[in-house]
Design a protein around this ligand. Structure first.
Ligand code: CP
Ligand code: NVA
Length: 309
């Protein structure tokens, strides 16, 4: 545990397999404790600041409840209402917040802002989503897959749609844990080549694999997990019409799900745009693990806070 104290949580590539298991095991214990009504207050007196420059339902509420249930206090900081919005630098903001807070979570556009914040802060910085990665989401996703499939090693995950921040974190987290990941995206919307390269190297070490295709049917055949995300991420609103046209063939519907394994599950980080990347039939059908997945944000956020703070 000591190895994680004081660390930042910026990208899953920064953690080894054993450390990721540690997060997952602590999260599973936190879930059992909550279900049994056992309370621990290991973060009594500690404060978490949460900076948001984009909207959020799950990340905000799950972090706020997580720190509260662990005995600490969460402070929501809207970036537009901080002096950051009036030109105070990220570095000065980091130095000041480090004098008050025990950790800072930030959701923003540009990944380098999170890196700069972490470099200047003397307390742990947690990445609550950037345009590049969404590591808190991927940790909850790994927990959900582990719960539903009983293992991570060798699990086949088909990611269908935009090669975005969520896809990047699944690639980086999944290949650390020995998963086989197939990404089906339209030409021009594939994951970042550097992420793919790193995921491939990690897969070589872990016994997993990475494949790319532009055919969602090929990706889903034989999959244990089918995963998708919105076609228009936060900040891409101007490209909406073009993206809706381009991604039309990449909808996860019941016909596509039937090509996966009989016991396959469907996952989505949420929010979902029903009728676009996924149909109601899949979201609400027998395959869907999406609300268990959303719940696991709470338990994994507790693990992140308990292990880093
Ligand atoms: N999945 C996720 O991060 O949801 P929010 O945008 O609601 O936080
Ligand atoms: N890819 C989505 C994820 C939202 C949780 C976005 O960045 O908007």
């Amino acid at each position: 545990m000591a190895r994680l104290k004081g660390r930042d949580f910026i990208c899953l590539k920064d953690f080894d397999r054993q450390e990721i298991w540690q997060f997952l095991e602590v999260a599973a214990q936190a879930k059992r404790d909550l279900y049994r009504g056992v309370t621990h207050r290991p973060l009594e007196g500690k404060s978490l600041g949460m900076i948001f420059t984009k909207p959020s339902t799950r990340t905000r509420v799950a972090f706020e409840v997580a720190i509260f249930q662990l005995g600490g206090h969460g402070i929501f900081l809207s970036a537009s209402e901080l002096q950051l919005g009036r030109g105070e630098t990220i570095e000065d903001t980091a130095r000041v917040l480090s004098r008050y807070l025990d950790a800072v979570m930030i959701r923003t556009f540009d990944h380098t802002e999170v890196v700069r914040l972490a470099e200047a802060a003397s307390v742990p910085v947690i990445n609550g989503l950037t345009d590049f990665v969404h590591p808190c989401q991927a940790l909850a996703d790994l927990m959900t897959i582990w719960e539903k499939k009983g293992r991570l090693q060798g699990v086949r995950l088909a990611y269908v749609g935009d090669g975005n921040n969520v896809a990047h974190s699944l690639l980086l987290g999944g290949t650390k844990m020995g998963m086989h990941i197939v990404v089906a995206s339209p030409e021009g919307y594939q994951p970042d080549p550097e992420v793919l390269e790193l995921a491939r190297r990690q897969a070589e070490e872990s016994g997993g694999s990475v494949h790319l295709t532009s055919d969602p049917r090929e990706a889903v055949r034989g999959a244990d997990v089918v995963y998708t995300d919105v076609w228009v991420s936060m900040g891409q609103e101007a490209e909406k019409q073009q993206r809706l046209r381009r991604f039309g063939e990449f909808q996860v519907n019941a016909d596509l799900m039937r090509l996966a394994r009989e016991d396959a599950i469907f996952m989505h980080c949420l929010p979902a745009h029903r009728g676009e990347e996924v149909t109601d039939e899949v979201m609400d059908g027998k395959w869907s693990a999406v609300f268990d997945q959303a719940e696991n944000r709470l338990h994994t956020h507790k693990a992140i806070l308990m292990l880093l703070l």
